[in-house]
Write a protein that binds this ligand. Structure first.
Ligand code: SAM
Length: 247
């Protein structure tokens, strides 16, 4: 059975898509997509030999060699232009996902949807999407085995009903707190507007981490410590305000 995390990604792939899963490891996602009838065929890309072989093995074992093409290569380099209309990249840091998209910008023409699951650095990934004309149409947050995951779905802004201008416009929460574009990039412009218990849990944990970092910075003698401490205190203040809003 597919994990809830991978199932959440699968649920966001429109039926009939030609998907490419980059950094596919065991090719579990493309295998499930084809088996569920969501995709007729799929591509699994892997840069590392071990995971590449694991993907090949999985595809053979499931009898899917005719419908899933397992390819070895860096990021989107495994794709021919126009070959895929949905790209999934999951289980890596947001900055690595952004770098993969950025290095493969020429392969994104004709792609109508990105379904991305960064483990950390969601704000970096949102920033990349914003800067490159992709607009978020869905954000979901879920917890599995004590870990919290976000799944971001983006479409080309051109031709979409959504716009980044609207998404990242300063936003006032019901309790009166004003969120800047920078804070919307961190919280997620869609997630913050429909906060769930898991969202609150993620930000309680971020609060504890930030307080831990502040304690270390306050002990350090570095010349930049004061500036860094001020920034961390501002973050702590904002996260506390937002969390108290959600209660
Ligand atoms: N996507 C699967 C998932 O979410 O369960 C596997 C995630 S696994 C933690 C990350 C995979 O990405 C690894 O197998 C790694 O080899 C692969 N990877 C990392 N950088 C890559 C790149 N530039 N191009 C292709 N694959 C990459």
């Amino acid at each position: 059975k597919l994990s809830n995390r991978l199932q959440a990604i699968l649920n966001r792939i429109p039926p009939g898509s030609r998907m490419a899963d980059i950094g596919s490891d065991h090719a579990l996602l493309p295998s499930a997509a084809v088996q569920a009838g969501v995709c007729l065929s799929a591509i699994a890309g892997e840069v590392n030999q071990g995971p590449y072989e694991a993907a090949q093995r999985q595809v053979r074992q499931e009898g899917l060699a005719g419908s899933i093409s397992v390819r070895k290569g860096d990021g989107l380099q495994v794709l021919e232009p126009g070959e895929a209309d949905v790209i999934t990249i999951a289980g890596m840091g947001g900055s690595l996902i952004a770098a993969i998209l950025n290095n493969g910008r020429d392969k994104l023409t004709g792609v109508s949807r990105l379904v991305l699951q960064p483990n950390v650095g969601e704000d970096i990934l949102r920033k990349w999407l914003l800067a490159h004309g992709w607009v978020l149409v869905d954000e979901c947050i879920l917890e599995e085995d004590g870990k919290i995951y976000e799944v971001l779905t983006a479409v080309p802004e051109e031709g979409s009903e959504s716009s980044n201008g609207m998404l990242y416009q300063e936003y006032t929460l019901d309790c009166g707190i004003l969120l800047s574009a920078d804070w919307l990039l961190r919280f997620g412009p869609i997630l913050i507007k429909q906060p769930t218990a898991v969202f609150a849990e993620k930000w309680s944990s971020e609060l504890r981490k930030t307080e831990g970092v502040l304690a270390m910075v306050e002990q350090s003698q570095l010349p930049t410590a004061e500036v860094k401490a001020k920034e961390l205190k501002d973050h702590i203040h904002m996260i506390k305000e937002v969390l108290s809003c959600l209660r």
